[in-house]
Design a protein around this ligand. Structure first.
Ligand SMILES: [Zn+2]
Length: 45
């Protein structure tokens, strides 16, 4: 686990955000991306 949990995506003034994994995600799908791309794969001990 990360020391401070999942780092929040950096949101720009264009409405898009850059996830810590490098993926460019829209603010509308940020939570969905985090969940599907990261939460779902949290079985790595
Ligand atoms: Zn990501």
């Amino acid at each position: 686990m990360h020391e401070a949990g999942l780092p929040l995506p950096t949101q720009s003034n264009s409405g898009q955000a850059r996830c810590f994994c490098g993926a460019t995600i829209d603010v509308a799908v940020t939570e969905r991306h985090i969940y599907e791309a990261h939460m779902m794969d949290s079985q790595l001990a």
